[in-house]
Design a protein around this ligand. Structure first.
Ligand code: HEC
Length: 136
């Protein structure tokens, strides 16, 4: 590449530097968008709306690939024989195990391209379960 003047050379440098640090501001370390984070609270209603319905119901819905794993119906979620949510015991709740997993058992699945939930989303779901996983 040949530059007509020194200032043209610096312009190219500047544009390159700006574009290198542009879009990363909107993303967390896993590259997932951080849009609904500020509204998220450790209640079932908030988690259902901001996480489950936003990131899981493409598959976790009647007719979907994971319809046998209910997330958005409180009674079904708590009653699941897969121990999806064990009130007071997030460490052994299948929801926490799967959103913290890496590899094949990771949720959302790696293949879906969604990436891991953010640390904030995971810790909010943890707190809700730790607090007794109430229907709140
Ligand atoms: C691209 C599709 C897809 C998305 C998106 C997805 N899942 Fe899944 N999930 C699956 C499939 C498929 C299974 C296995 C279903 C089965 O065993 O019948 C599964 C199983 C699970 C299980 C059960 C694990 C076990 O131990 O049995 C949990 C918990 C789970 N998903 C949570 C989530 C959560 C939380 C989200 C959103 C943050 C999510 N999934 C998003 C497809 C998906």
């Amino acid at each position: 590449m040949k530059f007509k003047s020194p200032s043209e050379f610096f312009l190219v440098l500047l544009v390159g530097a700006l574009s290198a640090c542009g879009p990363s501001h909107d993303k967390n370390s896993d590259g997932a968008l951080n849009l609904s984070q500020s509204n998220l609270e450790p209640t079932f209603t908030s988690i259902r709306k901001n996480v489950f319905e936003a990131k899981c119901t493409a598959c976790h819905v009647g007719g979907g690939a994971a319809e046998k794993v209910p997330l958005t119906d409180y009674a079904a979620l708590l009653a699941s024989p897969r121990e999806l949510v064990l009130p007071g015991n997030p460490a052994e709740s299948a929801i926490i195990l799967s959103i913290e997993a890496t590899g094949d058992s990771q949720m959302p699945p790696l293949s879906s391209g969604s990436g891991h939930l953010s640390d904030f989303e995971i810790s909010t779901i943890r707190s809700w379960i730790q607090d007794g996983a109430k229907d709140n």
